[in-house]
Design a protein. Sequence first.
Length: 191
Amino acid sequence: MTTRVQTSDADGSYEPIARVLVSRRRLTARVAELGAQISADYAGREIHMVGILKGAAIFMADLARVLSIPATFDFMAISSYGAGSESSGVVRFIKDLDESIEGRHVLIVEDIVDTGLTLHYLRESLTARGPASLAVAVALDKASRRQVPVPVEYVGFRIPDAFVVGYGLDFAGRYRNLPYVGILRPEVYTR
Ligand code: PRP
């Protein structure tokens, strides 16, 4: 069983985490910058935030609260990973949007772009629904892993190809609630 006892480390890290990659403080500061940039870019308009479950929930909640423009929410669920940790290339559709996006300024919100397969699929399928505009905000970008080029208008942090969890990202459903992005110890996912 994975030990989840909180250590006395100053950064509040859990034992399954080898190293904090992006601290809570840096996340907060960068999200505030993104919020200011998005608010300026969309000045005078209302933004329709589309969060991709489940990973985007934390970033979307933080980003939404630093916007100074009106915003509405919807959520979609699609899965590209199945049970493993590698992208299969197969995008599985689980939950559609509740509302039409026709004529709206849509901002897709994601926790991470990795191979780009998920975002590529999302951009194509949402563009076909006739939004007034479509842009993407991601908390993390593993650019070295890209298999398909995909535009990403707002990026929090470019990160190396490490097994990261926290700030919405999971391993087997766990660690999404860590307030920082941490590198998981290999013992946790190789056992
Ligand atoms: C993650 C992430 C993206 C996708 C990115 O979702 O939230 O949707 O993978 O990978 P890609 O660029 O290689 O397509 P995941 O399927 O792990 O679901 P989750 O958000 O519920 O954890």
